[in-house]
Design a protein around this ligand. Structure first.
Ligand code: 6PG
Length: 242
């Protein structure tokens, strides 16, 4: 794993940096493997990044969009991570509908949805028996509590190692989420983090000794590269570098 922290002076510079790095990695993936599989994060931070990606000149036919986590709500619900990315980005670019892979949130049980999404992922990647699929890019954020994706502190999802997708639990509300084994198989994991509210969690995540159960983002240690893209408000207590 290679790890790097890049701190941008303000939120727009953070988005500009993230856009350039993600476009570069998408083009590299398509150049090397004729395809790019990217998993999106949700929440509010990535929304301007997704809007900027809508203006990028990319090989949309070769790009496949997945989600690293999803709230268990319909696509048209205001909390839907898929609905947000669709509105600000995916509806605005010529990406084939078959290349967009939202997490199912219309099944009777979240457990069924997690299993179905895992099936969709393995159908797309067709990994060797027992191998874990390798996403080219996984975008992540962190909550003020140090969660990432829908891997929340002190929840069962943190210990799931025999599945690719599982159930997250946010204060009793079900989520669908990638597991650590799937996240950590990625070629590139990129955190996009903005604002002073994330400072305390970042300090705990980067502490030499810490509690993964309390700050789950500590568990993100991909076999490929790990980029922490922060604005100065979020990264004030951290230095650039690794
Ligand atoms: C989600 C996300 C989640 C998010 C953090 C940060 O579904 O909410 O995937 O992990 O990245 O909660 O959210 P903000 O960007 O809104 O602070």
């Amino acid at each position: 794993m290679t790890s790097e922290i890049l701190i941008s002076p303000e939120p727009q510079a953070l988005i500009d940096t993230a856009l350039a790095l993600i476009v570069e990695r998408i083009l590299t993936a398509v150049g090397e493997r004729q395809s790019c599989a990217i998993a999106l994060s949700g929440g509010s931070t990535p929304q301007p990044l997704y809007a900027a990606l809508a203006g990028a000149d990319l090989p949309w036919q070769q790009i496949h969009i997945f989600w690293g986590d999803e709230r268990y709500v319909p696509a048209e619900h205001p909390d839907s991570n898929y609905g947000m990315a669709k509105q600000v980005w995916l509806d605005l670019v010529p990406i084939p509908p078959a290349n967009i892979h939202p997490m199912p949130t219309d099944l009777t049980e979240p457990q069924l949805a997690a299993a179905e999404y895992e099936r969709q992922i393995t159908t797309y990647f067709v990994p060797a028996t027992g191998a874990i699929p390798v996403f080219d890019i996984i975008l992540l954020g962190i909550g003020d509590d140090g969660h990432t994706a829908s891997l929340f502190p002190h929840t069962a999802a943190l210990t799931v190692v025999d599945r690719l997708v599982t159930i997250g639990d946010k204060d009793g509300q079900p989520r669908i989420t990638f597991t650590f084994p799937l996240i950590n198989q990625a070629r590139s994991v990129i955190f996009l983090i903005s604002g002073t509210s994330k400072q305390a969690a970042l300090a705990e995540i980067f502490a030499p000794m810490g509690d993964l159960a309390a700050y789950p983002a500590r568990g993100v240690r991909p076999q490929g590269e790990l980029l922490w893209l922060l604005d100065a408000a979020a990264g004030e207590q951290l230095g650039s570098g690794t």
